[in-house]
Design a protein around this ligand. Structure first.
Ligand SMILES: [Zn+2]
Length: 428
């Protein structure tokens, strides 16, 4: 760790003062939060944006050594030591290490800068921070690490003032250098809607074998074989990043699979399965997207979020608003149905379809996905003919080709819609 010279400290302080002066003249009334850490105190300015107390994202990033990246799709990724928060402009849902969290208010852009609600510190940053981080809005304090907070807010210390009554932890190294100069604001132009990441979920795996055919073919092996072929086809031909929810033998819960998709900012989630029936002659593929009847959707919207205790690294737990899993997919029900329709069209003539073909159902693996998501039952392993087919490269390739075609069409649909929105002006 590099020692910071007093000269550098002086330059930093001057920079901060100048920045604050500039910022105050632009933003009007603001408040200053004091960050108290074992290493000392530093300041972080907040301002009222649309009536809500917010931090400029760049200031927050500089204060806590966060890496901020804006991608072409408009999402903002905040990362810290390998953990991520993903924000979507003007939406109050954030992904915090894969979990969907309901923010106090949506990130918003003002004066060429992104602003985030001050509560983000407790709701999103603290759970990934690795040590205690606590924002006390009333007293305008942020406590970092092992410190004791003063009883009441104190005026910012003047240069001549004695050291503030901060109790450093006995054997703890200073967690961070003083804030580095702010990085330039993420420049987000017109969002360029496209699909950049797809998560393919080979159903089952590990001790969870899925269904088994009369000749012993296991669902978990078929789903993995098709997933690998699909990954090759998409990455090779479309240049889209494809992640598999499992590499091999892991046993993963449905929620863990959706969380992986959320945390990698996937634009599409496709879960692959094969099914079975007591009737050995039943055959054909079936495509599922999440179905919510109007009442259920409304109920989940009303319930909106529930408070949960999230364990915090370093001990303790934290009350965080978590959006119920079913709420994540609710926003994508229509898009997911569109994708399911496209897959059905592509399967026709190439992959035999079950009589029902398309079904909307409340499937656990789909409900938590914060992106368009479908589940494909590729065929019936209980049918000996289909079991043989599903094991062949030809049949697997036919499925891959059809899914590939549907993904291309779906991407075109999204692009067309986005262009129309952009031309219509006032795209948000
Ligand atoms: Zn299955």
């Amino acid at each position: 760790m590099l020692p910071v010279t007093s000269r550098r400290r002086g330059v930093l302080a001057l920079t901060v003062v100048l920045l604050l002066l500039t910022w105050r003249s632009v933003a009007g009334q603001g408040t200053i939060f004091t960050i108290i850490s074992p290493a000392g105190r530093r300041s972080l300015a907040a301002t009222a944006v649309h009536g809500h107390e917010m931090f400029a994202l760049n200031d927050l990033a500089a204060a806590f050594q966060l890496n901020v990246q804006a991608d072409t799709l408009g999402a903002i990724t905040i990362s810290y030591k390998g953990k991520t928060i993903i924000l979507t402009p003007d939406q109050n849902l954030a992904s915090v290490n894969g979990r969907i969290v309901s923010l106090a208010t949506a990130p918003t852009r003002s004066n060429q800068q992104w602003f985030v609600p001050v509560e983000l510190v407790n709701q999103a940053l603290a759970p990934i921070y690795g040590e205690r981080l606590e924002l006390r809005a009333d007293s305008h304090l942020i406590l970092e690490g092992n410190v004791t907070a003063p009883r009441a807010p104190e005026p910012a210390p003047t240069p001549a003032a004695p050291a503030a009554p901060v109790q450093p932890a006995p054997a703890r190294p200073a967690p961070s250098q003083p804030a580095a100069p702010a990085t330039p604001p993420p420049s987000l132009g017109t969002p360029q809607p496209t699909i950049s990441t797809i998560v393919i979920d080979p159903g089952h795996g590990g001790s969870d074998k899925g269904v088994q055919g009369p000749h012993g073919t296991l669902e978990k092996d078929i789903t993995m074989a098709v997933a690998r072929r699909l990954k090759c086809a998409i990455e090779g031909r479309l240049g889209i990043r494809v992640l598999l929810s499992r590499d091999g033998a892991e046993t993963l819960s449905a929620d863990a699979r959706a969380a992986l998709a959320n945390n990698t900012k996937a634009d599409l989630f496709i879960s692959l399965h094969a099914t079975a029936s007591f009737r050995t002659d039943t055959s054909g593929a079936e495509i599922f997207s999440l179905g919510l009847d109007r009442d259920a959707a409304q109920a989940s919207a009303t319930a909106s979020s529930s408070a949960q205790q999230l364990p915090v690294t370093g001990g303790g737990s934290r009350q965080v608003e978590i959006v119920p899993w079913q709420f994540a997919q609710t926003r994508f029900v229509d898009q997911s149905k569109t994708l399911a329709d496209l897959i059905e069209q592509q399967f026709k003539g190439h992959v035999p379809l079950d009589g029902r073909a398309i079904t909307q159902a409340p499937l656990r693996v789909l409900v938590g996905a914060n992106m368009p998501a479908v589940l494909v039952e590729m065929g019936y392993l209980s049918n000996a003919d289909q079991e043989n087919e599903l094991g062949t490269g030809n049949f697997q390739n036919a499925i891959v080709q059809a899914l590939y075609g549907a993904i291309v069409q779906f991407r075109d649909t999204l692009n067309t819609r986005a262009k129309a929105t952009a031309q219509g002006g006032g795209a948000r």
